[in-house]
Design a protein around this ligand. Structure first.
Ligand code: ZN
Length: 253
């Protein structure tokens, strides 16, 4: 354990689903505030998309929609990105990825976490994860929710094929009785990767939306005294654009 790191920004209202207009506003803000490189800019020209074959689709605009199970569904993310693009695709699951290789070559891009490792060769992928049903994120340090069953007894956890995240889903509404399922009524045990201290987190890391900073093996500086967080301004941008309060959870594996 401990070779790859991810930070999730998740809505406190677990059932929250952003509208196409809200997503357009968020992505405009990501460019305006310097969290993404504008195509045609000096920094954009320095980005390296040659490291992974999947990055080829990001060469022109910096980002791509990734569906590893369905090659035909991978496509460049347009720039600028308009609400109509989302309106055409939602409520399908969408995995939008902007690879940043390498951060330390760039002059004006802002690092999305509160600190970075400070050595040459820093990279990460900024990702938006949008799903039609709840994504039930579990790992070595994030346990499953304490219940994923409807009050009528129906099992709500299922594993759809051809989805881009390789994670289970929980139905928002029970397919048998129609009752709404609120993950926030249940908890997930989340362990501190270093101290193994356990926290009971309402809703765990289950949501229909997340902004993710996937650091891969380019770990932020991990010290017992530093809590790694999404940069305050970036968290504020997400909360303002989507009109939803957020919390954070990390994963290390
Ligand atoms: Zn039910």
């Amino acid at each position: 354990m401990g070779v790859e790191y991810k930070q999730y920004l998740l809505p406190k209202e677990h059932s929250f689903q952003p509208s196409p207009k809200q997503l357009e506003s968020l992505i405009n803000g990501l460019y305006e505030q310097g969290w993404l490189c504008r195509p045609g800019s000096e920094d954009f020209a320095k980005l390296d998309f040659s490291l992974m074959s999947t990055f080829a689709k990001a060469k022109e605009t910096g980002g791509f929609r990734n569906e590893p199970n369905r090659k035909d569904a991978s496509e460049p993310i347009p720039y600028p990105l308009k609400s109509e693009w989302f309106a055409k695709r939602l409520p399908s699951d969408l995995r939008l990825v902007w690879p940043i290789y390498y951060f330390d070559d760039l002059k004006s891009l802002r690092y999305p976490l509160n600190q970075h490792a400070g050595y040459p060769g820093i990279y990460y992928e900024l990702e938006l994860q949008i799903t039609a049903e709840y994504m039930h994120r579990c790992s070595e340090i994030i346990d499953p929710l304490s219940s994923v069953d409807c009050q009528c007894g129906e099992k709500l956890l299922h594993y759809p094929e051809n989805e881009p995240f390789f994670e289970g889903r929980i139905y928002r509404n029970c397919p048998k009785c129609g009752v709404f399922f609120d993950p926030g009524k249940f908890v997930s045990t989340c362990r501190d990767a270093w101290t193994r201290q356990e926290n009971q987190v309402p809703g765990g890391a289950t949501s229909c939306f997340a902004l993710v900073v996937d650091c891969g093996k380019s770990l932020p500086k991990l010290e017992a005294e530093t809590v790694i967080e999404i940069h305050h301004d970036l968290k504020q941008l997400v909360e303002d654009s989507l009109s939803v309060k957020c919390y954070e959870q990390y994963d290390i594996y």
